[in-house]
Design a protein around this ligand. Sequence first.
Ligand code: FAD
Ligand code: NA7
Length: 559
Amino acid sequence: MGHTGAGSHTPVDLGTREFTVSDTQKADLDAVVIGAGFAGIYMLHKLRDELGLTVRVFDKAGGVGGTWYWNRYPGAMSDTESFVYRYSFDQTMLQEWDWETRYLDQPEILAYLQAVVERHDLAKDIQLETGIDATVFDDARGIWTVTTDDGATITARYVVTALGLLSRTNFPDIPGRDSFEGTLVHTGAWPADLTTDGKRVGVIGTGSTGCQVICAVSKTAQHLTVFQRSAQYSVPSGNGPVSAEYVDGCRADYDRIWGQVKDSAVGFGFTESDVPAMSVSADERRRVFQENWDIGNGFRFMFGTFSDIATDEDANRAASDFIRSKIEEVVDDPETARKLMPSDLYAKRPLCNTDYYETYNRDNVTLVSIKENPITEITPNGVLTSDGVEHELDILVLATGFDAVDGQYTRMDLRGRGGETIQQHWKDGPTSYLGVATSGFPNLFMILGPNGPFSNIPPAIEIQVEMVADLIRTAEEGGSAAVEATGDAEDDWTATCREIADMTLFPKADSWIFGANVPGKKNAVMFYMAGLGNYRQKLVDVAAAGYDGFDLRGAPAPA
Ligand code: FAD
Ligand code: NA7
């Protein structure tokens, strides 16, 4: 569990700091940004083109795009609808960049992000194939020293970590893993030239990624064996072509669309329900579930049907019973249907696919429940399960997810004031103030750090990037040498996020949202679950109060 209340972090006395603005101006750069996905790309544009700072972005990837550079597995796509899985800031791109289907697949999202980089001439300030191993604060000079994986160093006044929340792969240590003579691949590091066509393929994992891989690979593999630990709730995505008129309609309506998205709870571009599930009759509930099943989309099914699926156990049971009834209806073999039925709450990140359960009716697909029949070891030929069966494979896909949210932070040598490491600072679980800053790490800002909003990600990124840019602008204009979240503000925000999470059912299901998927990882609250609109309002209030909760030495009073 994370910090439970105020007082866990020692307040920082900025008055004792020795460095001055002129010390910090001796840094090589104004800012270093780590990560060149949605977050890093926009942060570079803001800091360089709007604030006029000198900036360099580093990414260990061979190209820009982050998630969409790394995740090239068959079926990789966004399950946020196309019209809101993009930036809102670039009006020209909104009007000119085309799309033809309800959801975007990985190559389209990657091409979009590459086009944004090109349009804003950002590539010249992005250094690829360069991992950052260390980011260390110098107390005397008030600047950060960033060390790359080839040992080079560069100093900067500000560091923005845009490391990604689903970016460090979870690579389980299954016995015999290294003995496999076929191809062992994690979905989050998929080689561009690897094809599963005509191959005997195994997939371990049935999360959002696993379900996408399973649907896609089943269509062209010789045989697909699915190793399922936890059965999954999946609703239809409703994917398909969209008309040119529909796209034009979105374009004409974007001001309203983004306003609605940024004021809503989950930011997926539909109106969330305000009707409790148990306030209507059983027939009406079934009608609403069916209607949304037909429309498709996972977040819509969880948040657009009724207001309390994620907070009330009876409402949740009604939704999960409905999905289980669909599994029974769709899956031909009763034994396969039984294995596919989840028995836990419907309280993980909701997901959707085209024909997920139908896939198990195919002759070339086998489902192995590794809860009932665990994996004994990986052998040179495939996977051996406890019933003595060796499942022979050419390719074994690990769709085993990510060390989410803080995973990329804790693998780095990140040291703040007084040499405190991020591992020490987060020993009870990852914490932050507003998801963007943490006390003891002055002038370091996180995009999608712990306890940011649980929502569609691109608008959440935009809201955070804009807040961080405004904060840096205020510091620059006020001549502040350092901006730092106070320990009290961080503790209060952490306690708030815990209280809100406890009002939901999410803590009752084991998933990456609370760090339950990585062996040995502490269970912690990692999201602000009161919605994107409330989060945004909180940032507005904090700024209006002169950046309440931040210490800006020398900053002017708010107007
Ligand atoms: P990322 O895109 O993860 O980029 C982070 C970058 O930082 C990476 O390129 C990484 O190489 C780099 N990096 C990290 N550490 C270092 C280091 N030490 N040194 C150098 N470089 C480093 N979100 C949605 O809202 N809707 C969806 O439908 C959706 N679908 C998804 C599907 C998949 C398969 C996955 C994995 C994620 C999905 N997400 C979705 C979440 C997705 O991660 C975000 O939408 C968004 O792409 C995150 O952008 P980012 O820039 O914050 O991070
Ligand atoms: P998830 O949602 O964490 O799913 C990972 C899956 O892998 C899940 O089914 C896990 O089972 C399974 N898993 C994890 N470790 C093991 C081991 N050791 N053995 C067997 N099975 C294992 O990751 P995804 O990549 O699917 O999705 C993450 C997010 O990325 C998603 O929400 C999208 O936003 C994109 P478990 O459920 O833990 O029993």
